[in-house]
Design a protein around this ligand. Structure first.
Ligand SMILES: Cc1cc2nc3c(=O)[nH]c(=O)nc-3n(C[C@H](O)[C@H](O)[C@H](O)COP(=O)(O)OP(=O)(O)OC[C@H]3O[C@@H](n4cnc5c(N)ncnc54)[C@H](O)[C@@H]3O)c2cc1C
Ligand code: SF4
Ligand code: SF4
Ligand code: SF4
Length: 426
């Protein structure tokens, strides 16, 4: 199974060797450029940065960077939570009010798993912040908002469509062993036509099929392969390259305006001279929703193959999975919807004397996160004992979330556990 980021050209072979030229759209082809006042909530557009260097470096035309830069310079937000890259595999989140940091963060990093929703907790009550999120990040933020630990009025979110992310340390090894390339020589990467393409310092492109990589467990993280939200319609602006038609492929981003705040920020970018946009055509909208549908079907199929339902598992099986836990707490620290802080039920009930394999820490967390786990996989990523935690959490969360048709972080519904009344339990 592969992750086709570029719907318009899915099916054609990916390029290798010399890189294709990423030309900015020719002005003559642009036609009906929009004014800020044309932008409306619910509107679907394609847009790009007015700066050629940003269009070239951008994941798909640099619109996201243009909106962030405009928001910062025109004072719509005080800070941007941006990625500071140290390589094509690694970056850290930094809170900045310097627009040059925003421009330097341009581009898509598929081999990086950031956790912006968790970092936001440290700063968000002191300042207004714009940030870029994957759908799972935004789902975690929405669940935190419901638990009153993040103030929705102080943040502005640009959601990226997401076909999946890959672990940096693993992809460094894959680069060396499968691509035959020194990871330190990789200068850029992109996903096109189901292939992960690495560009090295000498300008050469090296492509591998994601489907083939995943056959050897070398591709996307396991939870991404069964992720059920691929378009971040829970953010202020939902951006991605699905629906960008061939003329604009790689040069523009499809953006759906989800909120009034999203409309205001996009208008600001257009009127401030940071971005240009035009209406998305009907075929473009159809193409976007068609690829999304295909991806969701693939996720459902993968989930059936990967997740063994709770009712067919024994307690012994769980003990076996958890036996190597060293009780470090990292899985709780990184969990985006976890809002309890240090005074938590899971740690309060935990007694190391129980032995880690039956620790109540895990049992309380499995139950407590039934109504809030967003399936982001961060817990699995950080576990030093390699315990497949996200997979274990799904076994508990799926029955409840599916029964109540509650897709965590996708709307403002009260979390199911908040609705249980004590008299109902008697
Ligand atoms: C991991 C990933 C998977 C994607 N999968 C799809 C897909 O399947 N289908 C689709 O239509 N679009 C997908 N996109 C979105 C697409 O690649 C472009 O990012 C989007 O069209 C915006 O392009 P742009 O040129 O306007 O963004 P840019 O102007 O290049 O800005 C991109 C912003 O995203 C930030 N960013 C980069 N990598 C990450 C990351 N890993 N986590 C958080 N923030 C990051 C950058 O720092 C920058 O602020 C994906 C993006 C990412 C990062
Ligand atoms: S779980 Fe994976 S595929 Fe889903 S939004 Fe998060 S990073 Fe993307
Ligand atoms: S339990 Fe794991 S997969 Fe679920 S939300 Fe927390 S970190 Fe993400
Ligand atoms: S991260 Fe892993 S080792 Fe650490 S407490 Fe969680 S399950 Fe145990």
């Amino acid at each position: 199974m592969s992750a086709p980021e570029n719907a318009a050209q899915a099916g054609t072979p990916a390029p290798t060797g010399a890189p294709p030229e990423k030309k900015p759209p020719a002005p003559s082809a642009v036609g009906d450029l929009l004014k800020g006042s044309d932008i409306q909530v619910g509107g679907k557009y394609i847009g790009w940065s007015v700066r050629e260097d940003i269009r070239k470096a951008g994941g798909s035309g640099g619109l996201v960077t243009a909106v962030l830069a405009g928001a910062l310079e025109k004072g719509l937000v005080e800070h941007v939570l941006a990625l500071k890259k140290s390589s094509q595999y690694e970056a850290v989140s930094v809170l900045t009010s310097d627009v040059e940091d925003v421009y330097a963060s341009v581009g898509s990093m598929h081999m990086l798993v950031s956790n912006p929703g968790k970092h936001l907790r440290q700063f968000q009550n002191d300042a207004s912040i714009a940030l870029v999120v994957k759908p799972c990040d935004m789902r975690g933020i929405r669940e935190q908002q419901k638990r009153n630990v993040i103030d929705p009025d102080r943040i502005f979110t640009i959601g990226l469509n997401c076909g999946g992310t890959m672990m940096p340390y693993k992809m460094r090894r894959v680069t060396e062993e499968v691509y035959g390339v020194d990871p330190n020589d990789v200068r850029a990467e992109e996903i096109e036509k189901g292939k992960l393409i690495l560009e090295t310092a000498d300008g050469q492109h090296h492509a591998q099929s994601i489907e083939v990589l995943e056959e050897d467990n070398n591709g996307r993280r396991e939870n991404c392969r069964y992720c059920i939200v691929k378009i971040a319609t829970n953010s202020d602006l939902a951006c991605g390259n699905w629906g960008v038609m061939p003329d604009y492929s790689g040069k523009a981003t499809f953006v759906e305006v989800m909120t009034e705040k999203g409309a205001e920020f996009l208008r600001n970018a257009i009127d401030g001279g940071y971005a240009e946009a035009k209406m998305a055509s009907e075929p473009a909208e159809e193409a976007r929703s068609k690829v999304n549908g295909v991806m969701l079907k693939m996720s459902a199929k993968t989930k059936e193959q990967i997740i063994v339902p709770l009712h067919s598992q024994t307690f012994e099986a769980f003990k076996k999975e958890l036996v190597n836990c060293i009780n470090c707490g990292a899985c709780k620290t990184v969990c985006p919807p976890c809002a309890c802080g240090t005074e938590a039920k899971c740690t309060a009930f935990d007694d190391p004397a129980d032995g880690y394999d039956i620790s109540l820490f895990h049992m309380v967390r499995f139950l407590h996160l039934m109504d809030s786990c967003v399936s982001c996989g961060q817990c699995t990523d950080v576990c030093p004992a390699d315990i497949p935690l996200a997979n274990l959490y799904r076994k508990f969360a799926d029955p409840l979330q599916e029964e109540l048709n509650y897709v965590t972080g996708m709307d403002d519904r009260t979390p199911p556990f908040f609705e249980i009344k004590l008299e109902e339990m008697n």
